[in-house]
Design a protein around this ligand. Structure first.
Ligand SMILES: *[C@@H]1O[C@H](CO)[C@@H](O)[C@H](O)[C@H]1NC(C)=O
Ligand SMILES: *[C@@H]1O[C@H](CO)[C@@H](O)[C@H](O)[C@H]1NC(C)=O
Ligand SMILES: *[C@@H]1O[C@H](CO)[C@@H](O)[C@H](O)[C@H]1NC(C)=O
Ligand SMILES: *[C@@H]1O[C@H](CO)[C@@H](O)[C@H](O)[C@H]1NC(C)=O
Ligand SMILES: *[C@@H]1O[C@H](CO)[C@@H](O)[C@H](O)[C@H]1NC(C)=O
Ligand SMILES: *[C@@H]1O[C@H](CO)[C@@H](O)[C@H](O)[C@H]1NC(C)=O
Ligand SMILES: *[C@@H]1O[C@H](CO)[C@@H](O)[C@H](O)[C@H]1NC(C)=O
Ligand SMILES: *[C@@H]1O[C@H](CO)[C@@H](O)[C@H](O)[C@H]1NC(C)=O
Ligand SMILES: *[C@@H]1O[C@H](CO)[C@@H](O)[C@H](O)[C@H]1NC(C)=O
Ligand SMILES: *[C@@H]1O[C@H](CO)[C@@H](O)[C@H](O)[C@H]1NC(C)=O
Ligand SMILES: *[C@@H]1O[C@H](CO)[C@@H](O)[C@H](O)[C@H]1NC(C)=O
Ligand SMILES: *[C@@H]1O[C@H](CO)[C@@H](O)[C@H](O)[C@H]1NC(C)=O
Length: 638
C-alpha cells in the first residue's frame, strides 16, 4: 500500500509536464493522464510487459486500476488492482496475467490470441478516471527454410520452363516473404524464362507457412549455378532474414564433345605396362560408352568397360592399334565417336651367335680353340632403335652388337652378357648371357720350381691343369699312390703320394695331362734338403735355398772374429813394446776392431733379417719372390 502511494505522489509531481508534453489521447477526465506506448511487440511464447504510468495529486492515491482488452468491438475487463491487490482476473488468463508493482501488465507465454488492444484505466478518486491504450503485437520467426529440389534432372531447354525447386518457410507470424537467388543475384518473375509461384497457408495455429516455387528455363551453363532462397520476416517489429542452404541443380543436356585419351604411367608405353583408355563425353547424365578395337576393319568390343574407362593390364605388342569410343546420346539421339592410337613398344630377349674363325685358315668352325678369333653377334627384334652392350664380369667391353675377340686364350672363357636397350623407351631392357668355352690342350697351373725332399719320406705331389674337357693324368714314376682327381671350374688336380728313393731323386717325376687337343707335361725336380740343424723337426725355413748360405756366413763370421782377435793381439803387443806412437790414438786403434766386429755381427743379423722380413712382406704381397716360394712350399706339401 505504501509503495503504491509513494509512486502515486511521484507521478503527481510530473503531472504538469505530462499534460504539457502530450496533449490528450482519449482521457476520460482532464485531471489525470495515463501514459502508455502505442504499440508493444512481443515474441510468441515470451513475456509481454505493457506499461501503464500515471500521475496522482499530491498525497493522493489511486482508487483502482482496471486492465481491459479490446478486441474488435468487445471491451472486456481482464484484471484489476484495487488497494494493491489483484482482482477480477479473467479465469482463462489467470495463469498468465499479473499487474506489476509499477502497474505494468505482464502477459506470460504470449500467444497469437494475445495480440489485441489493452486499456489501462486508473481510478483517481476525486480526480476522476483516466485511461490510455496499447496495441500488443505478437510475432514469431519462421523455421529455417526448406528446399525441395526437383528429383529428376531438369532438361536444358530454350523454350520451356521447368520446376527448379520449392522453398518452404514454416510457421511464422506475421507471414514472411520468399525471394529466390541464383549466384547471389535475386530472381524476379519476368514473364519469360522465370516464373515464381508464391503460396501462403495459414496453419490451424494461426501461424503462416509460406511456399515459393521457382520455375525457369535452364541451359547447360547453369549446371554450376548456385541457388538459394531467402526468407524475410519481421520479429518484434524488426526486419530479419534467413537463407536456405545453397544448392545446385542436375541439368540434363546432350553430349556435344567427346574425348578419348590414353592414360599411362609413362608417356611411352611398353609391353607389360598398364594402360587406361578413358573416353568421356560431356553429356549429363553420362551416356553409354562403347569401346572397340579396330582390327582389320572389324570392331572388337572391349570388355570390362565402366564409365567410359577400360584398364588394359600387362599390354603386349598385339594390343597396339586403333581404339574407337562411341557414344549414343539418348536425348538427342546423336552419335559421337573418337579414336585413339595405342603403340606398345617391345623388345625381345636377344639371341647371341658365336662364330669362331681359325686365325690361319680363315675358316669358320664349331669349337673355338686358342688363337682363334671369336665373333659374338647379338640380335634382337624390337619396335624401335636399340642400343647394344657387351659386358663381362659387370664391365662394359663393347657398345656394338658385334663383339670380336681376337687370339683367344683360355682366359677369355666365361660368361658374356649382351644387353639391349631402347633409348626412346626408358626402362625397357633385355639381356642374354652367352658362355664362351675355348678348347685347348691342358694348361699347366702347377707352379714351377724345385721340390726339396728328404730321402725316404713320403712325398705328396699335385699336378694342376686347366682343361675344358676332363684330362687324363700320367705320372712317370711307378709305385705311386694316386689320390682321387679333384675338378672344379675346368681346373683339375691330380695328387699322388710317393716315397722318395735315390732313383727318384735322379730321375725326377714327370706329370702329363692329356685331352683331345694334346698333352702337357710338367717336370718336378727333386733336390735333397740340406742337412737339418735341428734334426727331426722339419722347419719350413730349412727347405728354402737362402738357408743354405747361412752356414757359409756363420763360418765366415767365425773366421773374421778370429782374424780380428789376432790382429788386436798383435797391435797390443806392438803397443806394449813401444813400437807404435802411443797415447790415445793407440787405444783408439784397439777399440776400432771391436767396432768392426760389432758391425760384422750386425751384418750377420741383418742377413737373417730379410728372411723374416720377407715372410712378413710376402704376407703383405710386397716381396713376391719369398712369398711365392712359401706358397710353392705349401703346394708341395699338400
Ligand atoms: C497516451 O499515452 C501517450 C504516450 O505516453 C500520450 O502521448 C497520449 O497523450 C496518451 N493519451 C491519452 C488520452 O492520455
Ligand atoms: C501531504 O502530507 C504531508 C504529510 O504526510 C503533509 O505534510 C502535507 O501537508 C500534505 N500535503 C497536502 C497538499 O495535503
Ligand atoms: C515496470 O516493472 C517491470 C518489472 O519490474 C519492468 O520490466 C518495467 O520496465 C517497468 N516499467 C516501467 C514503465 O517502469
Ligand atoms: C552460398 O554460396 C555463396 C557463394 O556462392 C557463399 O557466399 C555463401 O556463404 C553460401 N552460403 C551457404 C549457406 O553456404
Ligand atoms: C591419369 O591417371 C592418373 C592416376 O592414375 C590421374 O591422376 C590422372 O588424372 C589421369 N589423367 C587422365 C587424363 O585421365
Ligand atoms: C600376338 O598375336 C599372335 C597371333 O595373333 C600370337 O601368335 C602372338 O603370340 C601374340 N603375341 C603376344 C606377345 O601375345
Ligand atoms: C564417327 O563420326 C563421324 C561423324 O562425326 C562419322 O562420319 C563416322 O562414320 C563415325 N565413325 C564410326 C566408326 O562410327
Ligand atoms: C636378326 O634376326 C632376324 C630374325 O630374328 C633376322 O631377320 C636378321 O637378319 C638378324 N640380323 C642380324 C644382323 O643377324
Ligand atoms: C713301393 O712303395 C712301398 C711304400 O710306399 C714300398 O714298401 C715298396 O717297396 C715299393 N715298391 C717298389 C717296387 O719300389
Ligand atoms: C687344385 O689345387 C690348387 C692349389 O694347388 C687349389 O687352389 C685348387 O682349388 C685345386 N682345385 C681343385 C679342383 O681341387
Ligand atoms: C721328364 O721329362 C723330361 C723332358 O720333358 C725328360 O727329359 C725326362 O726324362 C722325363 N723324366 C721321366 C722320369 O720320365
Ligand atoms: C699326403 O696326402 C694324403 C692324402 O691327401 C695325406 O693324408 C697326407 O697327410 C699327405 N702327406 C703330406 C706329407 O702332406
Amino acid at each position: 500500500m505504501a509503495r503504491g502511494s509513494r509512486l502515486g505522489r511521484f507521478a503527481l509531481g510530473c503531472l504538469c509536464c505530462l499534460v504539457l508534453a502530450t496533449g490528450g489521447r482519449g482521457g476520460v477526465s482532464g485531471e489525470g493522464e495515463v501514459a502508455m506506448p502505442e504499440v508493444v511487440e512481443v515474441e510468441m511464447g515470451k513475456t509481454a510487459i505493457i506499461p501503464c504510468q500515471f500521475s496522482l495529486p499530491e498525497n493522493g492515491s489511486y482508487a483502482y486500476i482496471h486492465w481491459h482488452s479490446f478486441d474488435k468491438t468487445q471491451r472486456k475487463l481482464i484484471i484489476s488492482m484495487i488497494r494493491d491487490r489483484e482482482q477480477n482476473t479473467d479465469p482463462k488468463l489467470k495463469d498468465r496475467l499479473s499487474i506489476l508493482a509499477n502497474f505494468s501488465l505482464e502477459i506470460r507465454q504470449a500467444a497469437l490470441q494475445d495480440a489485441k488492444v489493452y486499456i489501462c484505466q486508473v481510478g483517481l478518486g476525486s480526480a476522476g478516471v483516466a485511461e490510455n491504450r496499447t496495441t500488443l503485437r505478437v510475432s514469431k520467426a519462421p523455421e529455417p527454410p526448406i528446399i525441395q529440389k526437383t528429383d529428376t534432372g531438369i532438361t536444358a531447354s530454350d523454350s520451356e520452363k521447368y520446376e527448379i525447386a520449392k522453398c518452404i518457410s514454416r510457421n511464422s507470424y506475421p507471414a514472411s516473404t520468399i525471394t529466390w537467388y541464383k549466384d547471389e543475384e535475386p530472381l524476379t518473375e519476368n514473364g519469360k524464362d522465370i516464373e515464381i509461384r508464391p503460396m501462403h497457408i495459414m496453419e490451424s495455429s494461426g501461424l503462416y507457412t509460406v511456399q515459393s516455387t521457382l520455375l525457369a528455363q535452364v541451359t547447360k551453363e547453369d549446371r554450376h549455378a548456385v541457388f538459394h532462397c531467402q526468407v524475410d520476416y519481421s520479429l518484434m517489429g524488426v526486419k530479419q532474414t534467413i537463407v536456405s542452404k545453397n544448392f545446385t541443380i542436375n541439368i540434363h543436356y546432350p553430349s556435344e564433345e567427346i574425348s578419348f585419351v590414353i592414360n599411362a604411367s609413362r608417356p611411352v608405353v611398353k609391353e607389360g605396362d598398364s594402360v587406361t583408355l578413358h573416353c568421356k563425353a560431356d553429356g549429363n547424365p553420362p551416356p553409354e560408352y562403347t569401346l572397340v578395337k579396330l582390327q582389320d576393319g572389324e570392331e572388337e568390343p572391349l570388355s570390362d568397360v565402366s564409365g567410359g574407362k577400360v584398364v588394359l593390364r600387362d599390354v603386349d605388342r598385339n594390343q597396339s592399334g586403333s581404339y574407337l569410343c562411341k557414344v549414343l546420346d539418348l536425348q538427342s539421339f546423336a552419335e559421337l565417336n573418337a579414336s585413339v592410337n595405342l603403340f606398345v613398344n617391345y623388345l625381345d630377349v636377344p639371341t647371341v651367335r658365336i662364330v669362331a674363325v681359325d686365325a690361319e685358315k680363315q675358316q669358320r668352325k664349331h669349337t673355338p680353340r686358342e688363337g682363334d678369333t671369336l665373333l659374338l653377334t647379338c640380335n634382337t627384334t624390337s619396335s624401335g632403335p636399340v642400343e647394344f652392350q657387351w659386358e663381362k664380369k659387370g664391365e662394359v667391353i663393347s657398345t656394338d652388337h658385334l663383339l670380336k675377340l681376337t687370339k683367344v686364350t683360355y682366359q677369355d672363357m666365361g660368361e658374356y652378357t649382351c644387353r639391349v636397350t631402347m633409348p626412346e623407351v626408358p626402362g625397357l631392357s633385355r639381356s642374354k648371357v652367352a658362355s664362351v668355352v675355348i678348347h685347348s690342350k691342358p694348361k699347366l697351373t702347377t707352379p714351377e720350381g724345385v721340390v726339396y725332399v728328404k730321402e725316404g719320406e713320403v712325398l705328396n705331389l699335385t699336378c694342376s691343369v686347366f682343361s675344358v674337357q676332363k684330362p687324363k693324368f700320367f705320372w712317370s714314376a711307378k709305385n705311386i699312390t694316386s689320390h682321387p682327381l679333384s675338378s672344379r671350374n675346368h681346373q683339375h688336380n691330380s695328387t699322388i703320394s710317393i716315397q722318395v728313393t735315390e732313383a727318384l731323386l735322379t730321375s725326377g717325376i714327370n706329370c702329363s695331362a692329356e685331352n683331345k687337343l694334346g698333352t702337357t707335361e710338367h717336370q718336378f725336380m727333386l733336390e735333397l734338403r740340406p742337412a737339418a740343424t735341428k734334426p727331426g723337426v722339419p722347419d719350413s725355413d730349412e727347405m728354402l735355398k737362402p738357408k743354405e748360405s747361412n752356414g757359409v756366413i756363420i763360418v765366415a763370421v767365425i773366421v773374421c772374429i778370429m782374424v780380428v782377435s789376432i790382429l788386436g793381439a798383435v797391435l797390443y803387443f806392438l803397443h806394449k813394446k813401444g813400437k807404435l806412437a802411443c797415447g790415445r790414438s793407440g787405444k783408439q786403434e784397439i777399440t776400432r776392431p771391436d767396432a768392426h766386429k760389432d758391425e760384422i755381427v750386425v751384418e750377420v743379423k741383418s742377413d737373417k733379417a730379410p728372411e723374416e722380413a720377407g715372410l712378413l712382406q710376402g704376407a703383405n704381397g710386397e716381396k713376391k719372390s719369398t712369398g711365392d716360394q712359401g706358397e710353392e712350399y705349401i703346394n708341395l706339401r699338400n
